[in-house]
Design a protein. Structure first.
Length: 306
């Protein structure tokens, strides 16, 4: 049975014990069984399930100068990370060097040299800037995920899936400047090696993965977001293209399958491209598995036929 003493409305659905006591809630009430304890010093009406719910549960316990960093910040900004989030993943919280990071179950405290990370807010959630979040995760990223993350950081596309709107604008030159400012840190060499292959204008992680798959297989690098024109007008903008052979490569995410309007648009675009003499190769997640050898072989054959 739920406790009969109501909590002050201003506490909301999750709150720190510190805030509860400041609102006149006694220990007996905030320790009652009807409240969940997702983190030490935090109470919630219901157990958090999603990533953002876990973050929001901990926000009331943050002290001045603490902000989310590392994987947590990267996920909040929407930058792709190769490991799917689970409830077992601790929240990364950073403080400037010289201050004590939090030490509690479910939290990974870390220190960042003063001035390295810029503080932002996503809603009411304090977070380090996207580049700092990425730098803190660099040692965990292999070659392809590294490039995916970098291209998500610099893209100006407003339809890149999952990216937080209002994020600070970043380009390769700014990342290079931040590398100089940070000096040596785990993964910095990987970032420097990845930057020459980073391209702007990418609109999804799978576009990056597909392009890298083709280049790694020895095929020419396709153009990104190529605009196809016929009879003096633009008929389509394709994910990847070999204009010299009139080959369009389109990655089909779930949105292309579940949206009726998108499905109809895709059919019309393919018809227009084929009428203009283009070959359209539609790629799915299945094509990228196991090294994508079948997809590479298909594209080689199509190039040879042109």
């Amino acid at each position: 049975m739920r406790h009969r003493i109501p909590l002050p409305a201003e506490l909301g659905t999750h709150f720190s014990v510190r805030d509860a006591e400041a609102s006149g809630v006694g220990r007996k009430r905030h320790s009652a069984r009807d409240l969940i304890r997702p983190y030490a010093g935090v109470r919630a009406a219901e157990a958090p399930a999603s990533f953002i719910e876990h973050v929001e549960c901990y926000v009331p316990r943050l002290r001045p100068g603490q902000r989310f960093a590392g994987r947590t910040a990267l996920r909040l900004w929407g930058i792709p990370f190769p490991v799917r989030w689970t409830t077992a993943e601790p929240l990364d919280i950073a403080v400037d060097t010289g201050h004590s990071p939090p030490r509690t179950v479910g939290i990974r405290g870390r220190c960042i040299a003063s001035g390295r990370a810029h503080s932002w807010e996503i809603g009411r959630v304090p977070v380090v800037d996207p580049v700092a979040a990425f730098f803190l995760c660099a040692a965990e990223l292999t070659r392809v995920p590294m490039t995916v993350a970098l291209e998500a950081l610099i893209t100006a596309a407003d339809n890149y899936p999952g990216l937080h709107e209002g994020r600070p604008s970043v380009d390769v030159e700014r990342i290079e400047q931040r590398l100089l400012e940070w000096g040596r840190f785990p993964g910095c060499g990987r970032i420097r090696r990845a930057l020459p292959r980073v391209r702007g204008g990418v609109e999804s992680p799978k576009e990056t993965e597909t392009r890298m798959l083709l280049v790694d297989a020895g095929l020419p690098e396709p153009e990104i977001q190529h605009v196809v024109r016929a009879a003096g007008r633009a008929i389509a903008r394709v994910d990847l293209a070999y204009p010299q052979w009139r080959i369009a490569i389109e990655y089909e995410g779930d949105g292309h399958r579940t949206s009726r309007e998108q499905w109809r648009t895709d059919i019309r675009r393919q018809r227009d491209l084929e009428a203009a003499g283009w070959i359209v190769i539609r790629v799915t997640e299945l094509d990228l598995r196991d090294g994508g050898s079948a997809l590479v072989s298909l594209i080689r054959r199509v190039i040879s036929s042109r």
